[in-house]
Ligand binder design. Structure first.
Ligand SMILES: [Zn+2]
Length: 307
């Protein structure tokens, strides 16, 4: 994992000096201050990543997300208020693999450290259309890869604050146990699932890491949401596959319209299994307001739909 710096290296010297200064002030006047007042801010590019970071950082940092729950992230357009929000942060953590099409320009306007999680991940490449040959960005969708995200965040936060390495490692271990439990349960489900039912049909091709890691066949209406164009050829291909393979259930994602998938439902008689969460968590009233809940929600819908 590498840290990348924004434009002005001198600025970081200054930031380090200021943070040393502020941490010694903190020691002196800590008791009378609001608990969060002197905490440094980590900015994540999207809600899923922010939640993973929060679970590792706990009380050590304030963690915020640039994009809000429910928002489509690939083609997001940062607003002036996002820049204001970002100016209080000392680190920007993004997914990479081309997920945040806006990140490069956004970061060039900021003076922050940048950490890109994808540098620690083995990519699965997109096999068609505009994004052919580029890494599929949605690695977090598989609990197996989610555990690698946790390791990367533990290591990154430990490098940012070496005195708290033990705390971050402990938080990471606890969090990974929950992911590992989910991983084992889903593997067991797939192993017991009849081979001719192992198809995951979705709107976006966002499930490659999940289907690859657990032995499902991935079928989708478009490869990446940034494109989200359904061509007649692709529609026809999906319909004939669902019919030929007798796929019982098809799905869509929470951040796009499921209109196109309903055409597949009407043409094939397959069930619509609901919206899976990928690029964005739900708000607090929704079923996927944390990364763990998002995976649980998705895996439950898939189990129900394919069983
Ligand atoms: Zn996506």
């Amino acid at each position: 994992m590498n840290f990348k710096y924004g434009k002005n290296i001198l600025f970081f010297g200054l930031v380090i000096l200021i943070s040393f200064a502020s941490s010694s002030c903190q020691r002196i006047s800590n008791k009378n201050k609001n608990k969060n007042e002197n905490k440094e801010v980590i900015l994540a590019s999207f809600t899923v990543l922010a939640d993973i970071i929060k679970n590792v950082a706990k009380d050590e940092f304030i963690v915020r997300s640039i994009t809000k729950p429910g928002v489509e992230v690939h083609g997001y357009q940062p607003t002036p208020s996002d820049l204001v929000k970002a100016s209080t942060a000392f680190v920007f953590i993004d997914n990479g693999f081309g997920f945040e099409l806006w990140a490069e320009k956004f970061v060039s306007n900021l003076k922050v450290l940048r950490i890109t999680v994808a540098e620690d991940l083995d990519p699965i490449f997109i096999s068609e259309d505009l994004y052919k040959g580029k890494p599929n960005p949605h690695a977090w969708i598989s609990p197996k890869r989610g555990m690698i995200y946790v390791d990367t965040i533990v290591e990154s936060l430990s490098e940012l604050r070496p005195s708290k390495r033990g705390v971050f490692e402990e938080n990471g271990r606890f969090y990974k146990e929950r992911l590992s439990k989910m991983d084992k349960e889903f593997s067991l489900f797939i192993n017991n699932l009849n081979k001719d039912r192992r198809y995951l049909v979705s709107c976006e091709g966002a499930f490659s890491y999940l289907t690859n890691d657990y032995g499902l066949e991935e079928v989708y209406l478009w490869p990446v949401n940034a494109e989200s164009q359904i061509t007649p050829k692709r529609m026809a291909r999906t319909i004939s596959l669902v019919k030929d393979k007798n796929v019982p259930t098809v799905f869509c994602e929470s951040t796009v319209s499921n209109e196109s998938q309903m055409v597949v439902v009407n043409e094939t008689g397959a069930n619509f299994g609901g919206n899976l969460f990928v690029d964005s968590l739900s708000d607090d009233s929704g079923p996927a307001n944390s990364y763990i809940k998002m995976l649980e929600h998705n895996l439950e819908l898939i189990k129900k739909g394919l069983f």
